[in-house]
Design a protein around this ligand. Structure first.
Ligand SMILES: Nc1ncnc2c1ncn2[C@@H]1O[C@H](COP(=O)(O)OP(=O)(O)OP(=O)(O)O)[C@@H](O)[C@H]1O
Ligand SMILES: Nc1ccn([C@@H]2O[C@H](COP(=O)(O)O)[C@@H](O)[C@H]2O)c(=O)n1
Length: 230
């Protein structure tokens, strides 16, 4: 208690799901609306992948990746109004979205030493979030924050996800985008350490037929209900 007023307990929200289901857009908007911090964990895996690519590490050699997993300093800014990501002081928000990083990230994120390193960063950011945080990724509800107050698992058909992504990547072929999404999901779901999976106690939301605004509203309501103890 401060000045006699009860201090709200920080709320931890974990949002997981396959690529293109709307995790980032939803999480960022929910965090902004509720005054919480926001963490895009995919950006962290992309950042370490960018560093591996930039430093010429052989991405087909998990031992080589593991040996240098502790080297880059990755810093994530968690303000939903302007999330940031740097590697060794370099702003990599743009470079981590290139096709080269997207097609390499699953190989890097499958290496246990990489996951241990990034998971530690994620947990420390979650603990530091005074009002609470929305953390989105693939293994947040199952591994990173298994005691989260609320766990959401977003899904959508491959067709809807490919159409959304193709809309973003102007002129991209929808079928090729769909195949690339399916391939990345398969790699992320089948790795040994912390695969993409729905936590047993997660609420599944199929976003195929929902607008982004409807998904945001649904998640905000779930968080508010949780806070109210419903
Ligand atoms: N319900 C929705 N309806 C229509 N478009 C949506 C919906 N949700 C998200 N989008 C759009 O789909 C695209 C992908 O969304 P977003 O980046 O949030 O997905 P993601 O799950 O975080 O993907 P990834 O895991 O690949 O980073 C964005 O352009 C976003 O605006
Ligand atoms: N918790 C997580 C989050 C992401 N990954 C890996 O990063 C890739 C990129 O994620 P995006 O959300 O930015 O598309 C993803 O394909 C995973 O390989 C992860 O392993 N765990």
């Amino acid at each position: 208690m401060e000045n006699g007023a009860p201090t709200a307990k920080p709320v931890i929200v974990a949002i997981d799901g396959p690529s293109g289901t709307g995790k980032s857009s939803t999480s960022r908007a929910v965090a902004a609306q509720l005054g919480l911090s926001y963490l895009d964990t995919g950006a962290q895996y992309r950042a370490i992948t960018w560093w591996m690519v930039t430093n010429g590490i052989d991405l087909e050699d998990p031992t080589a990746i593991a040996a240098v997993a502790g080297k880059p300093e990755i810093i994530s800014g968690t303000d939903p109004a302007g999330p940031t990501i740097t590697v060794d002081g370099v702003d990599v928000a743009g470079p981590i979205r290139t096709q080269e990083v997207t097609s390499s990230v699953s190989a890097v994120s499958a290496v246990p030493e990489v996951r241990t390193r990034i998971t530690e960063l994620q947990r420390s950011l979650a603990v530091a979030a005074e009002r609470g945080i929305v953390v989105e990724g693939r293994d947040i509800g199952t591994t990173v924050l298994p005691d989260a107050d609320l766990k959401i698992f977003l899904t959508a058909s491959p067709e809807a996800r490919a159409a959304r992504r193709s809309g973003e990547l102007k002129g991209a072929d929808v079928n090729a985008t769909r195949e690339a999404l399916i391939k990345r999901d398969a790699a992320d779901s089948s790795r040994k350490t912390s695969p993409l999976a729905k936590a047993g106690d997660a609420v599944e939301v199929d976003t195929t037929e929902l607008t982004l605004a409807q998904v945001i509203e649904c998640v905000v309501t779930l968080v508010e209900e949780k806070r109210a103890g419903k």
